[in-house]
Design a protein around this ligand. Structure first.
Ligand code: SIN
Ligand code: FE
Length: 292
């Protein structure tokens, strides 16, 4: 499988040919990365002063905009500067939403806009614990935020001002990965999901699907042999390029790069063009159980 599907559009809104729409949905849902080599995000002179690693507070990697409140956390900014940065993130979120609606009208109205992040910190050369190290191949799954099978769709734009690419590795298809790891995964203990949610460790109930996805995330990262030997290709996303993928399905590792904007969306499986290809349906077929 070719990891990338390249689409040469230069605007976040407008119209696209029906063939391109069909191609975009099919590529995304089959676990490929949509790549827009000439789609950058415009920032004016004044906004460019935010391109500084010192912006994020302490050892935080990201500055995050909460879509419900419109306010951000993760930076030491306050007052007018904080509002300016939030305005950039809002504008990016709006552009990202328009782009996906234009490309995949079937998703329009059904996509939930989740957080927007600014990633000002260089990825390479930092210390992370293996489970938190996104330089290792993984599918996205978060301990405190169960999805119950809903999709995680993410859009990234490289806004590096110094010509530096953001370098990823993209791995094998989800079904092969899951098939290899499933026999090693443990199922939930009775009352485990209820306890985690009562203790406030998870936001809502961790479904059997979330349990499996978390373990795929962790076991995959912790398996040094897998990291070395799994099929994978390296991809450099240059400045002023954009890419979109289902990060709950595409095995990805972010090796290096600094200054990116990212928008997360959630989508119910029922609103996919072909739900059959979602991780939850794949895992349900492999385990012959209902997982959410
Ligand atoms: C990740 O989702 O693993 C990180 C991607 C990135 O920051 O480029
Ligand atoms: Fe990730």
């Amino acid at each position: 499988m070719q990891p990338l599907e390249e689409i040469d559009i230069r605007d976040w809104s407008g119209s696209v040919l029906p063939e391109m729409r069909a191609k975009a949905a099919d590529a995304l849902e089959s676990g490929r990365v949509l790549f827009f080599p000439r789609l950058g995000f415009a920032m004016d002179e004044d906004e460019r002063r935010f391109l500084s690693a010192a912006l994020s507070s302490g050892d935080r990697k990201n500055i995050t905009l909460n879509p419900d409140t419109g306010s951000s956390h993760g930076s030491d900014l306050d007052g007018e500067d904080k509002r300016r940065l939030e305005a950039i993130l809002q504008r990016f979120a709006a552009s990202a939403t328009e782009l996906i609606w234009m490309l995949i009208p079937a998703y329009a109205g059904n996509l939930e806009r989740a957080r927007t992040t600014f990633r000002p910190v260089e990825i390479a050369g930092r210390d992370y614990s293996p489970k938190k190290d996104d330089r290792l191949l993984h599918v996205d799954a978060f301990p405190s935020r169960p999805t119950g099978g809903r999709r995680i769709l993410r859009l990234f734009t490289n806004i590096n001002p110094d010509g530096k690419s953001r370098v990823w590795r993209v791995g094998e298809n989800f079904q092969d990965f899951a098939t290899a790891f499933l026999p090693k995964l443990r199922r939930q203990y009775p009352l485990e999901a209820l306890t985690l949610s009562l203790l406030g460790i998870t936001k809502g109930r961790r479904s059997p699907y979330d349990q499996l996805m978390l373990q795929l995330h962790d076991r995959g990262k912790l398996d040094a042999g897998y990291q070395q030997r799994a099929p994978q290709s390296e991809i450099a996303f240059p400045p002023n390029s954009t890419w979109i993928c289902y990060t709950d399905q595409v095995l990805h590792a972010a090796l290096s790069g600094q200054f990116a904007l990212e928008q997360t969306f959630h989508l119910d499986v029922a609103h996919m063009v072909d739900a059959y290809r979602s991780p939850i349906k794949i895992l349900e077929r492999l385990t012959k159980t209902r997982l959410a």
